[in-house]
Design a protein around this ligand. Sequence first.
Ligand code: GRG
Length: 303
Amino acid sequence: MTMNVEPNRSFDLRAYLSIRRARIDATLESYLAIEEPRALYEAMRYSLLAGGKRLRPILCLAACELAGPRAEIALPTACAIEMIHTMSLIHDDLPAMDDGDYRRGRLTNHKMHGEALAILAGDSLLAHSFELIARRTVGVPAQRTLAVIAELGRAAGPRGLAGGQVEDLAHEGKYGVGVEALEDIHTRKTGALLEASVLSGAILGGADALTTARLRRYAQRLGLAFQIVDDILDLTSTCEAVGKSVGKDASARKATYPSVLGLAESHRHVEVLIEHAMSDLACFGDRATPLVALAASLAQSLG
Ligand code: GRG
């Protein structure tokens, strides 16, 4: 059964996001001062400090705020999560994977710094993220920090991003990908890190088992909805750019929801996922306002 949850209309999501983005950006900058080898640090900073919505770290802070008294204790973890995410974007853009030219409004890392440095910048961001969590997390029992490291390690590895990317590459260009296979790819490739972001914040905030279970469900639904929205926006913006109409047979190199289910059904799927994600948070009342508003804004981004 789902409970109907209405977003709080007096909550200023835009201001909430912009304050947190600024804090995350400033902290990331301070965590990654240039050292030797300079070229490596410059390549790491090039992608990390190139903007981005900072959705994952914001989810981490918001979940910590819901679960405990001080969101601030999750700031090192939130920044580490953005490093893992950025690492995955750098590697995703490499010629051996998506072979992308532009990311976050600028040339991709390997186009700017060369392939070898782009690979090493990604590797360094991943390693640095775990060092950051271990060294900078203060004011919480060590057990919570260990649980966060386990959660994020799982999300990045073969059961999460890396595994999802392998499956995605294996399906590339193939017709007849079923909705189950597609959901599995999305759950690993995009959902796993979003889920770990929410969970990490909750763990650091001291969430009990019930709160953790509800937030996990919320994050799983949000993560899947996020990837479907990304697929829909990708398709509609590409079609607008070339003046084509969109439909179920719109060709796509990658397995996407619109290419498997069609556009209308993909929209409906997002609506249902978001409604359920919001109802997962009904029992938290005002404490869940930012997380509810974030979910609602995802559905609204489709117009
Ligand atoms: C982490 C060990 C490890 C390996 C990485 C390359 C790879 C394996 C995985 C690819 C994962 C990937 C690129 C998933 C796409 C997720 C996605 C929807 C990205 C866009 O996220 P936004 O919209 O981007 O939040 P910004 O730029 O705003 O942060």
